[in-house]
Design a protein around this ligand. Structure first.
Ligand code: ASP
Ligand code: MG
Length: 366
């Protein structure tokens, strides 16, 4: 019998039918002997649509109020999940918000950091044989305000809860089984990676791969939590993220496309914005300045795209990296290139097409 924390993402809970099917799977797993704690995120596109409502009313909505608003998405999911499970087996599930499990954060609204999880109610619920449902992505600050952990933050909740209750496993389920050499939604021949070390996973996540949130990987590394990813609908597991990689000898690990970036270029040198939380890349030389942001910044910025190869010892792969650069420069103006031994990233002005993406994937993984 193991104590397992499972996290289910928004697409796993998008409709009542999906919630019902998931509830059945969870009860079956419970009946197989494992004790479970379930962390959920908001249904489908809920968080985006809540955010848009706030943005429709104000160009700069108060972060405290936005947290109050966007935290309700997860509250809907936990109660519906608990209702679905209890309709199969009465009184088996109980839902908790972040503040009810004592998930305490700093006061940095919309991007709060977890300080501690008291977890008493969670432990009590487990002792009585229940399956606790926890609202991911949210907590309560030291100043008793509702906070959220940054978009995609339910993964972080799952990792922190795993460490707090010393669970045996942290399983993160979504509609992709694991981490691949490239996103299977755009890649024709993706290769599944069975085991990855924290540092490499952090690089892949922070470049924009959606499978695991970067902050969650950072927590997992710090707290020594092993993460296993899996596919919601079959329970099949894909990638384990832990101390060692199964890929030590591989030069090329993953190709990551990000289409949610923007940039500003100036001829008057580089002025760093006062809020650096979304700054991804900066370059400055003489009177020239360039900043690339995660997400769309404002009306004065232009959208851009990045394609990044993650690997090891990349500096010794000059020929192939040049070929990747040449393929991209035939299709788009290149805005910047960022190179280290672990990453080769090219920022382009035009979206990289599926064909071009696959051509470059073949270059490294074919
Ligand atoms: N619902 C939140 C979001 O969409 C948190 C999460 O999905 O993990 O960002
Ligand atoms: Mg979500």
């Amino acid at each position: 019998m193991a104590l397992v924390v499972q996290k289910y993402g928004g697409s796993s809970l998008a409709t009542p039918e999906k919630i019902k099917a998931l509830a059945e799977r969870i009860v079956a797993r419970y009946d197989s002997g494992d004790r479970l704690v379930i962390v959920v995120s908001a249904m489908g596109n809920t968080t985006n649509s809540l955010e848009s409502k706030a943005n429709a009313l104000s160009g700069d909505p108060d972060p405290r109020e936005v947290d109050m608003l966007i935290s309700i998405g997860e509250r809907e999911s936990i109660s519906l999940m608990a209702i679905a499970i209890n309709s199969i087996r009465p009184c088996l599930a109980i839902s908790f918000t972040g503040s009810q499990i004592g998930l305490i954060t700093d006061n940095n609204h919309r991007n709060a950091r977890i300080l501690e999880i008291k977890g008493d109610r969670l432990v009590d619920a487990l002792k009585t044989g229940k399956i606790p449902k926890i609202a991911g992505f949210q907590g309560v600050s030291t100043e008793k305000e509702i906070t959220t952990l940054g978009r995609g933050g339910s993964d972080t909740t799952a990792v922190a809860v795993t460490a707090a209750i010393k669970a045996d496993a942290c399983e993160i389920y979504s509609d992709v089984v694991g981490v691949y050499s490239a996103d299977p939604k755009i890649c024709d021949s993706p290769v599944l990676i069975k085991q990855l070390d924290y540092e490499t996973m952090l690089t892949i996540s922070s470049l924009g791969a959606k499978v695991l949130k970067d902050a969650a990987v950072e927590y997992a590394h710090r707290l020594g939590v092993k993460i296993t990813t899996g596919l919601t609908w079959t329970g099949e597991t894909g990638t384990t993220v832990c101390k060692e990689s199964s890929l030590d000898k591989n030069k090329f690990i993953s190709l990551v496309l990000n289409d949610k970036l923007s940039y500003k270029q100036t001829n008057g040198g580089l002025n760093l914005p006062s809020d650096l939380s979304n700054v991804r890349f900066c370059q400055s030389s003489g009177s020239y300045g360039l900043i690339v942001f995660n997400g769309l910044r404002d009306n004065n910025s232009h959208s851009c795209f990045s394609l990044a190869l993650v690997g090891s010892g990349l500096r010794s792969e000059c020929v192939k990296l040049n070929e990747m650069k040449n393929i991209l420069s035939e299709k788009s103006r290149l805005i910047a290139i960022d190179l280290s031994d672990l990453k080769f990233e090219i920022y382009t002005e035009t979206l990289i097409s599926r064909d071009v993406f696959n051509k470059i994937h073949n270059l490294f993984f074919g």
